[in-house]
Write a protein that binds this ligand. Structure first.
Ligand SMILES: Nc1ncnc2c1ncn2[C@@H]1O[C@H](COP(=O)(O)OP(=O)(O)OP(=O)(O)O)[C@@H](O)[C@H]1O
Ligand SMILES: Nc1ccn([C@@H]2O[C@H](COP(=O)(O)O)[C@@H](O)[C@H]2O)c(=O)n1
Length: 209
């Protein structure tokens, strides 16, 4: 079984996917981490992020490994754990450029579709382009201000600066971020994290056996 959780930036996708996955006893998969890892490696190598051919050649020369644990995903290149470096403002600013490249999207989608079921997948287009056959689909939203206030508790930046960056990232990600027509949309603004996880679990189809 595949459950998809899509949504706008910092809407709680990874926290909710992790909670749902733990409740179900399955892994969760963060597709955004693969886009972030591609961006980080491109930046570190001094590549032009909009050049798909250069970037893909670089990625293929040092294969990434996504470790899809229920308590938190990690991304590795051989013995190096990239995870702690993937949520910097520098990566946030570049990632939408990388994610707009069809070749990079195909590279990410190929890795995701090779994963063994069951799992919870979170991102932007999990329920539309990547796993349209998913058993249950959810789409998380919240106002930019609410999302920025939550993120400000994790980062040493002020709320207006974070909010402006989130709005800009949403704009750049618009193409791949439409909710699936069969997704249940949840506005998380007035819900606790546990409340959102509960709403997703309550919306799952009854399990067999
Ligand atoms: N319903 C909620 N109530 C309060 N805080 C929340 C809620 N959902 C998520 N959070 C908090 O908001 C922050 C952003 O959540 P999270 O990182 O899961 O979002 P995301 O959509 O995966 O972000 P990104 O798109 O940047 O990867 C985290 O600090 C998380 O704990
Ligand atoms: N399915 C996806 C997932 C992510 N992206 C791009 O990656 C960026 C980072 O994702 P987060 O989930 O960590 O916010 C995001 O801003 C998108 O540019 C994507 O295109 N498709």
């Amino acid at each position: 079984m595949i459950v998809t959780i899509d949504g706008v930036a910092a809407s709680g996708k990874s926290s909710v996917a992790s909670g749902v996955a733990r409740a179900l006893g399955v892994p969760y998969v963060s597709s955004g981490l693969l886009y972030r890892a591609a961006t980080l490696l491109g930046l570190e190598a001094g590549l032009r992020l909009e050049n798909a051919a250069e970037l893909l050649a670089h990625l293929r020369a040092q294969p990434l490994r996504l470790e899809a644990l229920a308590e938190g995903n990690r991304v590795w290149v051989e013995e190096r754990d990239l995870t702690a470096d993937l949520h910097s403002s520098r990566v946030d600013r570049g990632v939408s450029v990388v994610a707009a490249l069809p070749e990079v999207r195909a590279w990410v989608d190929g890795q995701l579709r090779a994963l063994p079921e069951p799992f919870v997948a979170e991102g932007r287009d999990m329920g539309t382009a990547v796993f349209p056959q998913a058993a249950a689909k959810f789409y998380l939203t919240a106002s930019p201000r609410v999302r920025a206030e939550r993120r400000a508790r994790e980062r040493p930046e002020d709320v207006p600066a974070i909010e402006a960056a989130l709005v800009e990232r949403d704009r750049l990600d618009t193409v791949q971020s439409a909710p699936a027509p069969d997704a249940r949309v949840i506005d998380t603004g007035n819900l606790t994290l546990e409340g959102v996880i509960g709403a997703v679990l309550a919306g799952l189809p009854a399990r067999q056996g």
